[in-house]
Design a binder for this molecule. Structure first.
Ligand SMILES: C=CC1=C(C)c2cc3[nH]c(cc4nc(cc5[nH]c(cc1n2)c(C)c5CCC(=O)O)C(CCC(=O)O)=C4C)c(C)c3C=C
Ligand SMILES: [Fe+2]
Ligand SMILES: [Fe+2]
Length: 334
């Protein structure tokens, strides 16, 4: 065959795989137990020797926590399932078509479904020879960003013909991210029927030891908060939520701060969670329900939990921008 007689070779495609933490398939204790078992067995999440941790996990945690957590999930469950699942799906839908022809946007979860290995296989079947892994964590943390990438690399380890891979860097200080947060916070505050005395930025906590071992998570959170505070032109109180286990976690803790503020004369607050790309049980139940109860029981009078960036008018263009930058050089992106 002369070269001109060859059938046209389809252009190789690019895949963008959004990755978030994962969430149970259902809000009943069995499903929550399966999810927690996978999540809390990850040595990136609980950095205790397996011989010590396994009996604690299986003998205590997985016998007691699923029922409590299922209660929390039930309070925030939607018709589309877990909020984290529904919002991540909406983010992927909302980003489709924003990177030009030949770029396929998909999403996966580190724990539970859709699994990272399965979606990588589907992207490959669709002809993606280059894939951007995009863990949706603005602040890098080994327990979130690194383990998401680890899972993808483990799937690649089983492939004879691997796609080329890039990973999305953390975007904790990206001006698009900070501006998106500031615009979203301003819009949410303007819609309140009260003016808060204080604005709290609550980040997911981590064991203090991970900071001492060099994980940049704490520094990334502090920098996000400083830049957001500068952009908003108002003070932000930084706290860390969702403490797990007996070890010392990053401080100040969100729950103890909420309980202490009214006695200091801070009776009206708004709380934002800049480290969560999507609302989830930690923002909708732990902050918006239990946090409110704690604050009001301590004498607070007004409480508002502000929404995360989600698939909003601020959130999607921000995600588009940080992703587009990583696709540069792979193709002429519009
Ligand atoms: C945003 C960053 C997150 C970090 C850092 C993080 C660390 C971390 N988390 C746990 C334990 C639990 N986290 C749980 C829920 C949860 N965590 C994050 C994000 C981070 N976690 C999200 C987005 C969610 C919500 C998931 C959802 O389904 O909506 C839970 C499960 C809920 C519960 O039982 O309370 C646990 C447990 C540890 C131990 C850890 C770091 C060491
Ligand atoms: Fe967590
Ligand atoms: Fe929690």
């Amino acid at each position: 065959m002369k070269p001109a007689d060859h059938p046209p070779i389809p252009a190789p495609k690019i895949g963008v795989l959004l990755i978030n933490l994962g969430t149970p398939d259902a809000s009943e204790a069995g499903a929550v137990r399966r999810y927690l078992a996978e999540f809390l067995s990850d040595p990136r999440v609980v950095e205790i020797p397996r011989v010590v941790w396994k009996p604690i996990l299986h003998g205590i945690i997985l016998r007691t926590r699923p029922a409590k957590s299922a209660h929390a999930y039930r309070q925030v469950w939607t018709e589309q399932g877990s909020p984290l699942a529904a919002i991540t799906k909406a983010q992927a839908e909302g980003l489709k078509g924003r990177f030009g022809e030949g770029v396929i946007v998909d999403y996966a979860m580190r724990y539970g479904r859709p699994a990272i290995a399965d979606r990588l296989a589907v992207l490959k079947q669709q002809g993606c020879e280059r894939i951007l892994l995009a863990p949706l964590y603005p602040q890098y943390c080994a327990a979130t960003t690194a383990t998401a990438n680890d899972a993808a690399f483990a799937a690649l380890a089983a492939m004879r013909w691997q796609p080329a891979i890039r990973t999305l860097p953390p975007y904790y200080d990206d001006p698009m991210y900070i501006d998106a947060l500031a615009t979203s916070v301003r819009r949410s505050l303007a819609a309140l029927d009260f003016a808060p005395d204080a604005l709290i930025a609550s980040f997911h906590g981590m064991p203090q030891r991970t900071l001492e071992l060099g994980d940049p998570y704490h520094c990334h959170c502090r920098k996000t908060a400083r830049l957001l505070s500068d952009t908003l032109g108002r003070e932000l109180l930084v706290t860390f939520q969702s403490r797990f286990g007996r070890a010392k976690w990053l401080e100040p803790a969100t729950d103890t701060t909420l309980a202490a503020l009214p006695a200091k004369g801070v009776k009206r607050i708004a709380i934002v969670a800049p480290g969560f790309a999507a609302d989830c049980v930690e923002t909708l139940e732990e902050l918006a329900i239990r946090g409110r109860e704690t604050f009001l029981a301590a004498g607070g009078t007004h409480f508002a939990a502000l929404p995360c960036l989600n698939a909003s008018h601020e959130g999607l263009p921000m995600a588009e921008s940080v992703i587009k930058r990583e696709l540069e050089g792979w193709m002429a992106v519009p």
